[in-house]
Design a binder for this molecule. Structure first.
Ligand code: ME8
Length: 515
């Protein structure tokens, strides 16, 4: 029986070009989406851009563009990045899309009907220059007695009409939900962080603004636009058919199986979002996974430091699959990780070019040269043959287990440990000697090696889709025999199959000056 799996990423602020952190999240969500498709699930994968808010408006003004044109220009860059990375989304949502505006207004009305939205006043230290409110402890008083915000601009005590969401009413319901659904917030460290925040008490949330207009108008009170997070979070339900709750699409996909987000926005997703959904009478997503941050050589990336890594540069320098492999293998999913040229070169050359690439190249060339390119038939299996075949057959269960906790790096480790075993098996079997001394064993060793590579290729598709596809092409695995259903004994390579001439699939990275 196939099940449905609806996965989403955060929607990025298109207030500039994408950086490697944006790329990382999309790659990870894409790997999970591809994994579930290969497991046989029906998958819907949503990503997009979060286009409203004061900052978007301000930057657009500086560029001499309308906010919408500025957002479009950058949203196009995000789409271009996704296309290059092979991000297999089903919809790229923009929060300026007409159906999204309708969805935001619909959920707002539901929350209002539930008695959870009320008009009051928002007060705080307001900087006209920054167009932002600051908390008392973010301000300082200078020697002239002028109070300044964190950017050094003067602030005044200001009160503004604002709609509030009765978040305080949801404290217990949220805590009960977290307790009843221990996997709702992952990883564990983030769950604990959210639990202690909510236990500390929740204050009502200001959810509208009157100081700027670049946002979704509040229904029946167009002086206000919605707080950008009400608008942004709602994308997850717009993306599957809301507000038409009785539509086939909404009933099929909602609640989402997984929201993949970064650790900095866990509170919005694990506290505000479920409270909005509860208020609107909608079901809650099954899980929220917060990944860590990618740093540049251990340092936080920031525009002012000038160390922001451009994903387009990385793709050009290393290739898409090397980048995908590196980020997913090197960074334990849920923890912070670091990017450096040396680390990506080391991974690419060791794991991809040497371990998997050479094994494929050596074994397939032997078949091409000595057996006319036809897959040999295995003879009786030795203990070593049976052992490596059993390890290959056992990968699927282990990978699946790792993926139950979204441990992508662990899933890759399982596959590459079999690659390492296969290399040892190949070296110990010394097929280059068997060729003359024992042709039957020669065929057996090559068939076994090819069969292990087939299973590695199938399982590696979510991680390195293009190269894994090429590897399976070299083994003449038909398109309909590449899903996980063909793993293990179900899809063994057929002796006698004519293989295409082997070509290298995983190029070694060579420093440009060394070429
Ligand atoms: O937060 N490493 O947008 P955003 C890894 N629009 N991930 C990173 C990162 C880094 N260095 N920097 C950012 C927003 N991210 C909102 C989301 S969702 C309804 C609205 C992640 O463009 C970040 O954690 O600032 C978030 O998940 C995503 O990139 C978009 O960040």
């Amino acid at each position: 029986m196939t099940s449905t799996f609806y996965i989403t990423t955060a929607i990025d602020y298109p207030n500039g070009a994408p950086h490697v952190g944006h790329a990382y999240e999309k790659i990870a969500a894409d790997a999970i989406a591809r994994f579930r498709r290969l497991e046989g699930d029906e998958v819907r994968f949503l990503t997009g851009t979060d286009e409203h808010g004061l900052k978007m408006m301000q930057t657009a003004q500086k560029q001499g563009l309308t906010p919408f044109d500025w957002a479009t220009k950058n949203a196009d860059r995000f789409k271009e990045m996704d296309a290059l990375l092979g991000v297999s989304y089903d919809r790229f949502i923009r929060t300026t899309d007409a159906d999204h505006i309708a969805a935001c207004q619909a959920i707002w009305r539901k929350m209002k009907e539930a008695g959870d939205i009320y008009l009051s006043a928002y007060s705080g230290w307001y900087s006209v220059r920054d167009e932002a409110y600051y908390a008392e402890d973010e301000t300082t008083v200078n020697p002239d007695g002028v109070r300044l915000g964190p950017q050094g601009t003067p602030v005044e005590w200001t009160e503004e009409k604002s709609y509030f969401f009765r978040l305080s009413a949801y404290q217990q319901e949220l805590l009960d939900w977290y307790e009843a659904h221990p996997d709702f917030i992952q990883p564990e460290s983030r769950r604990n962080e959210v639990l202690s925040f909510v236990r500390g008490g929740l204050q009502d949330l200001s959810i509208s603004r009157t100081t700027f207009s670049w946002g979704v108008p509040v229904p029946e009170d167009e002086e206000h636009v919605m707080y950008v997070w009400v608008d942004a979070l709602t994308n997850y339900i717009t993306g599957c058919g809301y507000p038409d709750e009785s539509s086939d699409s909404f009933r099929k996909w909602w609640p989402a199986a997984l929201h993949v987000i970064g650790k900095d926005i866990i509170r919005f997703h694990a506290v505000y979002w479920p409270a909005f959904l509860l208020s609107a009478g909608l079901e809650l997503p099954h899980a929220i996974f917060a990944h860590g941050f990618i740093h540049n050589r251990g340092e936080k990336m920031s525009k002012s430091v000038g160390n922001v890594v451009d994903p387009f540069d990385l793709i050009r320098a290393y290739g898409v699959d090397a980048l995908r492999y590196f980020l997913l293998r090197e960074v334990p999913f849920g923890q912070d990780g670091s990017y450096s040229h040396e680390a990506i070169v080391a991974r690419t050359n060791a794991d991809l070019a040497n371990d998997l690439g050479n094994l494929a190249q050596r074994s397939l060339s032997m078949i091409a040269k000595n057996l006319g390119g036809a897959l040999p038939a295995p003879g009786p299996l030795s203990e070593a043959d049976a052992e490596i075949l059993a390890s290959a057959d056992a990968m699927h269960d282990k990978v699946r287990e790792a993926m139950q906790g979204w441990q992508l790096h662990q899933a890759i480790a399982v596959i590459w440990s079999v690659v390492a075993d296969a290399n040892r098996y190949f070296a110990a079997s010394a097929p280059w000697e068997l060729r003359k001394t024992d042709p039957e064993r020669f065929g057996t060793v090559l068939w076994i090696t090819a069969e292990v590579i087939r299973q590695v290729g199938i399982l590696a598709q979510p991680i390195i889709p293009v190269s894994a596809g090429k590897l399976l092409d070299l083994l003449a695995v038909p398109a309909d025999a590449r899903s996980f259903a063909a793993l293990g004994g179900a899809g063994r390579l057929t002796p006698g199959t004519a293989l295409p001439a082997p070509v290298g699939v995983f190029p070694r990275y060579v420093e440009p000056e060394a070429v």
